[in-house]
Ligand binder design. Sequence first.
Ligand code: SAM
Length: 250
Amino acid sequence: MKRTIARNGKLLMEKLIFQARKSLVEPRLDRNRDSLLISWATYSPWLLDDGFQNCHSLIKDYTLVDLYRCYELWHLLGQVKHLDGDILEVGTWRGGTGGLLGRRAKELGLDATVYLCDTFEGVVKTGSSDKSYDGGEHSDTSAPTVEELIAKLNVSNIRILTGVFPEDTAHMIENRKFRFCHIDVDVYQSGKDVLEWVWDRLPIGGLVVFDDFGFASTTGITKLVHEKEMHPGLVCVQNINGHAVFVKTS
Ligand SMILES: C[S@@+](CC[C@H](N)C(=O)[O-])C[C@H]1O[C@@H](n2cnc3c(N)ncnc32)[C@H](O)[C@@H]1O
C-alpha cells in the first residue's frame, strides 16, 4: 500500500514536471535543434553522497546551476585529484559552484587554490552568436556576497579575482597550472578567451567543464564547443545536461 502511494506520487510529480517544462520551456525551443529532454536514467548518486548533500544545502541559494550539474562538478573534481595544479572558475556570480569546488577540494585534501573570477558587474563581450544577451546580465552580486558563502563553507583555499578575465586579472595567476577549469560565462567570446588562456596551463588529463552547453539562451557556448571539439589533443564529452567537458589528451 505504502509503496503504491509512493509510486503514484512519483508518477504524478514526473507528469507535473513534464507539463511545467512543456508550457515553460517548449515555446522557447528552436525546432531545428532543440527538443524537450527528460532522461530515462534514474540513478541519482548525489542522494548517496553526504558530503555533497551537506555542501549543496549551503550553496544552493548562491547558484544558478541545477543540482545535476553541481553534482557533476563535485564528481569530476574527484576524477583529477591525482593531477597537479590549481582550480579555475570564470563566471562565479554569487559563488555557488565556485564554493562547491572549494569545499570539494578541501574534502579531497587537494593542495590547490581555487581561483574564482568575475566582473561582479555582469556578462561582458556579448556578440552576434549570443542571441539572448545584451551585456550586464547577472550583475546582482558582489565579492562580499561570495565571501559570505566562503565563510559558511568554512574553507580557506579560495581566492577571488575581480575584473574581466583574462584582461584584468589573469596576470595575477600567469605562472600557475590548472588541473580543472569551470567556464560559466554564458557567451561566446568570453568562453573562447578563457579556454585559449587556460589550455596550455592544463596537464594531460586536465578538465575543462563548459556550463551553458545546449541551453536555448546560451547559443554562443554551444557554437564554441562545436568549433573546438574536433581539435587534436582533446576528447569532448557532450553531456546533454547543460555541460560539455573537454579532457586534455596530449
Ligand atoms: C551565469 S553566471 C555564473 C553562475 C555561477 N557559476 C553560479 O554558480 O551560479 C555568469 C557570470 O559570468 C561572469 N562573466 C562573464 N564573462 C566574464 C569574464 N570575461 N570575466 C569575468 N567574469 C565574467 C558574469 O559577471 C556572471 O556573473
